[in-house]
Design a protein. Structure first.
Length: 727
């Protein structure tokens, strides 16, 4: 009996131990099973419109919860949407009920009436309990603004598309200039190395006069300008020899030719027509074994077409700045070529000359700087760096990815280098301002290429400055953005502390006396083109495709050409967009507060065609126009066309006369005795019905009108105009 009891005792102990061990094994299996389950966001990103009010975010488990599964969900600090204002989400711990495989987070999205721009916030998973973090540990919520912040079109100028003219189906149309006397256009057909002379006496029916072949003078034409019946064109020299300037009359008869510098890129006359100034870019060859000095040529042309000599040419170089290399670099002038000196590295791009002809400014595009020239003493006097545009600032938003389906104009930790191509100038109250088209341009040669994508493994972001580097490198964010590796490593430790991009997708106004930026158009160009009812579908498309957002990862719409003009007493800037196409018009009368006027485009939206790749742009005032109306002409490089726009409310057209004549009276009208009188002293110009200036007179109360019967126009120096009739 005792042995049976003992046996049962030990049997019970063994059974208890077995059951306990089995229980431990089961629990261990359960725990092991639970810890192998992963918790993950269902998607890497969500796109929500601000007016959607609520967004549901899904968290998934790959196996049922034991009832103890938890995880923390927090808002990351590098979000640009403000928690509590644009959305509401307190950092919290999410519990998964037993046997559940998902949880939904409902996040309120604030639909306010305030424009804050497109923004994002990032949710992050951490501290899992009874589970592990799965493959998607972060999700980004992109909030699209529903309030519009698109500048309103103004009625200040009534601009209408007139026509397009094909210059050469096998060539190009880069630069255009106009002679008001012969009413001819001169177009640089660069790829064909020709100058096309066009009869412009009827803007609606342009005809060819002749082509002037430049092949005997070099390997390709680059630029053209006209003044007082003299046409000047630049041609590149073969094998990095000096380029040439070719002078001809309006009939295409070539007179003198002289040498300029290496790779002349732009030519212009001084306002009085006595000098020609050439920007010689001096770019390197592809393997960077040849890097010529950039230079400026100043040519005295007073001797006339056939008598201009090489002795009339003064070559200006940057040798005097070579000793300032370290200082210029420290001031953010980009000098970084192979074995670079200042003289070799600076690349003059475009010139504008002050109204008095005493000073000129030259854009150094690749160097992100402006050079100042004393034209009188023929010296380069200064190099001014342009600095950076911070795209984290409100108003400086940009669309950065060609692989993100929506247009997302957000703030990003990116700095744009202004790097203007074309520049112009005007004066207000004695101060001269530069107006720049901030295209941007990289050096991309076999011997030296500075272009990188943010996502590139060799483009390492400083982990202290950019703790969110992996997020930024995502192709939906900044990963696809083209940046430079030549600058941005501010502490020289091999990684990048700032992200520098080419151009700023804007135009700017600068005070030449101080070198300070006084105005920038911010994100206007992208906002305006995105909202355009016709061309919005071509947002950031290139000039050889109709793919929306194709250039978002590069330089966006790419402002290229610019010209300024005084019209109806106000000053306007006309800026071409090389990629998206067309032109932007701004009233820049107040340099500190420029205002958008209108956007115009004439490319096709259903096929790749129309006017593509605008480069040069000119304005023809009514007094110089064959139609007596102001005209805008763009030379479109890709389509090899000229696009013409007409301003129907310019001062020499009748709609404005009633408004303008209150303070200016000319009588009698009609003129019957050969003299017209004014009620006060005026400085006056007289034009015939074609807009050709006949005469002008200063500080007078009358003007002789002994001219044939017909319609004439009087215009004061203040821009007040009146039509008069001679009977």
């Amino acid at each position: 009996m005792k042995s049976k009891i003992t046996l049962l005792f030990f049997l019970n102990i063994w059974l208890s131990q077995y059951l306990f061990a089995d229980s431990l094994i089961s629990k261990k299996n359960i725990l092991s099973y639970s810890y192998n389950s992963s918790i993950t966001f269902a998607s890497e990103f969500y796109i929500v419109n601000e007016n959607q009010n609520t967004l549901d975010i899904l968290l998934n488990l790959n196996s049922p919860s034991t009832g103890n599964t938890k995880i923390d969900v927090t808002v990351s600090s590098y979000s640009t949407a403000i928690n509590g204002q644009q959305f509401s989400f307190p950092n919290q711990t999410i519990s998964f009920p037993i046997n559940s495989t998902s949880q939904t987070l409902s996040i309120p999205i604030t639909n306010d009436a305030v424009f804050t721009g497109d923004s994002f916030f990032v949710l992050t998973l951490s501290n899992p309990i009874d589970g592990t973090i799965g493959s998607i540990s972060q999700t980004t919520i992109y909030i699209l603004e529903d309030e519009e912040n698109v500048p309103t079109t103004s009625a200040a100028l009534n601009i209408n598309y007139l026509t397009s003219y094909l210059v050469d189906a096998a060539g190009s149309a880069e630069i255009v200039t106009h002679d008001p006397v012969s009413q001819r256009l001169f177009v640089m057909n660069s790829t064909a190395s020709k100058i096309e002379i066009l009869d412009f006496s009827n803007p609606n029916s342009i005809t060819s006069v002749q082509s002037v072949d430049l092949a005997a003078y070099g390997i390709g034409g680059t630029s053209i300008a006209h003044k007082n019946g003299l046409v000047a064109a630049t041609v590149q020299g073969a094998n990095y020899t000096n380029g040439k300037v070719i002078f001809m009359d309006v009939n295409g008869t070539i007179g003198a030719t002289v040498d300029a510098g290496i790779l002349p890129d732009m030519i212009t006359f001084t306002p009085d027509g006595t000098k020609v100034i050439v920007a010689n870019e001096g770019e390197p060859n592809d393997d960077y074994t040849i890097d010529p000095e950039g230079s400026i040529s100043i040519i005295d042309v007073t001797a006339g077409l056939n008598n201009i000599q090489q002795s009339d040419v003064t070559q200006l170089n940057f040798n005097a700045f070579d000793s300032q290399l370290a200082t210029l670099r420290a001031n953010n002038v980009r000098i970084f070529g192979v074995n670079a000196t200042v003289s070799k590295d600076l690349e003059p791009e475009y010139i504008t000359v002050a109204a008095d002809g005493a000073t000129a400014w030259v854009s150094l595009q690749e160097n992100n700087a402006i050079a100042t020239i004393d034209v009188v003493n023929k010296q380069i006097t200064d190099i001014v760096p342009l600095g950076f545009k911070d795209h984290m600032f409100t108003g400086n938003e940009l669309d950065t990815s060609d692989q993100f389906g929506e247009i997302f104009l957000g703030n990003w930790p990116v700095k744009g280098m202004y790097m203007p191509d074309a520049i112009a100038n005007y004066t207000v109250n004695g101060t001269t301002y530069l107006v720049t088209a901030n295209e941007g341009d990289s050096r991309d040669y076999n011997g030296l290429s500075e272009e990188k994508r943010v996502s590139s493994g060799s483009y390492v972001l400083d982990p202290t400055v950019f703790p969110n580097a992996s997020f930024l490198k995502n192709n939906k964010n900044l990963g696809r953005l083209t940046v430079t590796n030549a600058t941005g490593d501010t502490d020289n430790d091999g990684d990048f502390d700032e992200i520098h991009v080419f151009g700023t997708r804007s135009f700017s106004i600068w005070n030449t006396a101080t070198g300070q930026l006084v105005y920038d158009s911010g994100s206007d160009f992208e906002r305006i083109t995105a909202a355009d009812p016709v061309y919005g579908s071509l947002f950031n498309a290139s000039n050889d495709n109709n793919t929306s957002k194709n250039r978002s990862d590069n330089k966006g719409p790419e402002p290229e050409g610019i010209t300024v003009a005084e019209i109806n007493g106000a000053t306007y800037a006309f800026i071409t967009l090389e990629r998206t196409g067309g032109l932007m018009v701004y009233d820049i009368t107040n340099p500190m507060n420029a205002t958008f006027v209108s956007y115009h485009n004439s490319r096709n939206t259903t096929s790749i065609g129309g006017d593509l790749g605008p480069e040069g742009i000119i304005y023809i005032a009514p007094e110089n126009s064959p139609s007596t109306k102001g005209l805008i002409i763009m030379a479109n490089e890709v389509s090899a066309t000229l696009s013409l726009y007409e301003i129907t409310n310019d001062v020499l057209t009748t709609p404005n006369f009633a408004e303008k004549t209150n303070s200016f009276v000319a009588y009698p009208n009609p003129v019957t005795n050969g003299i017209v009188y004014f009620k006060e002293n005026v400085t006056i110009s007289l034009y015939d019905y074609t807009g050709k200036k006949i005469t002008e007179k200063e500080n007078t109360k009358n003007l002789e009108m002994n001219y044939p019967k017909g319609v004439y126009f009087l215009r004061t120096k203040d821009g007040i105009a009146q039509k008069v009739v001679v009977e």
